[in-house]
Design a protein around this ligand. Structure first.
Ligand SMILES: NC(=O)c1ccc[n+]([C@@H]2O[C@H](COP(=O)([O-])OP(=O)(O)OC[C@H]3O[C@@H](n4cnc5c(N)ncnc54)[C@H](OP(=O)(O)O)[C@@H]3O)[C@@H](O)[C@H]2O)c1
Length: 273
């Protein structure tokens, strides 16, 4: 399978390098020729103008920013795209971004790698363990993931928004929670670097418990014990958004994770105060 990429950013470079052992990587193109050329060097392929790239590839990845996917797709409609597979890697957008190509007889799909790509070399290594979320005309993509041996989900267009929402909660709000805890520690003189180091065993043990037992059984601490005196004491240290967040997360934890009816009603009465 001859594969090319348009969009020489974090994902384009890492994904191209990762699949390069399994496919025939032919061309890279990007908005700026200099980033495309850097990518060509990194993955060992050629720079190609868009027409050559389309003519000489079976599968074309559009790894631009989400905003640019549909306009790049539109630019490609002037070439012979029939029977070729076009893939974008956005988690939020569906293959509808490529509908103008589909209307011309192309196969269109999305393939979201479920990981972050801040460091390219590390991302290439991490891709070995990554799940892919596939949506649209997925036949050729399944051939690809069967070669790379990555696990995958197949999603409908309707499911993609909730899938991406969930991934953002797992990834982004974990950062927000770490920042929340760090700010409280730094208010007593323990700066973020030290605080995160000190909390690492607790964080890792919690993650490991979640994976071993599931979220419900992994919960420990004052909410799980219905220790309302401790929870009320915590709240005396907080104000503004931090206090609102503590209460809201507490109410959500009580509602979703506390199954014991007696504990639940003790906690509910306290949150309502
Ligand atoms: N970053 C992540 O962790 C991650 C994870 C999973 C999926 N994704 C998805 O993967 C896609 C790419 O994300 P990214 O993080 O790799 O973005 P990025 O690092 O910002 O790279 C995007 C690249 O697209 C190129 N580009 C922008 N507009 C273009 C156009 N009109 N024509 C041709 N090339 C264009 C830019 O090229 P120049 O350098 O030439 O200007 C840039 O290098 C997005 O759909 C994103 O949602 C990202």
């Amino acid at each position: 399978m001859r594969v090319s990429f348009i969009g020489a950013g974090h994902v384009g470079k890492a994904l191209a390098k990762y699949i390069s052992n399994h496919v025939d990587l032919v061309y890279f193109n990007s908005r700026s020729k200099s980033s495309a050329e850097k990518a060509c060097k990194y993955v060992n392929c050629l720079y190609g103008d868009l027409e050559t790239l389309v003519n000489e590839s079976d599968m074309i990845f559009i790894t631009t920013s989400d905003n640019a996917i549909s306009s790049v797709a539109k630019d490609l409609t002037s070439f012979d795209v029939k029977g070729k597979t076009f893939v974008h890697t956005s988690g939020a957008m569906t293959s509808d971004e490529l509908q103008e190509l589909k209307a011309l007889g192309a196969f269109t799909c999305s393939m979201h790698p479920l990981q972050t790509f801040s460091d390219t070399d590390k991302a290439v290594m991490d891709l070995k363990q990554a799940y892919f979320a596939l949506e649209g005309d997925t036949d050729k993509l399944m051939d690809l993931v069967s070669k790379t041996c990555n696990p995958y989900f197949i999603l409908s267009k309707e499911q993609k928004n909730k899938y991406h929402l969930s991934a953002c909660i797992f990834s982004n709000y974990l950062v927000t929670l770490m920042n929340y805890g760090s700010r409280i520690l730094s208010s007593i003189g323990i700066e973020e670097e030290d605080g995160l180091k000190a909390m690492k065993p607790l964080i890792e043990a919690t993650l490991s418990n979640i994976h071993l037992k599931g979220t419900e059984k992994a919960l420990t601490g004052p909410i799980q014990r219905a220790d309302t005196k401790t929870l009320e004491k915590h709240m005396t240290e907080l104000d503004g958004l931090d206090l609102e967040a503590y209460r809201l997360l507490g109410e959500m934890t009580t509602d979703r994770l506390i199954m014991d009816k007696d504990k639940k009603s003790i906690l509910d009465a306290m949150w309502r105060k």
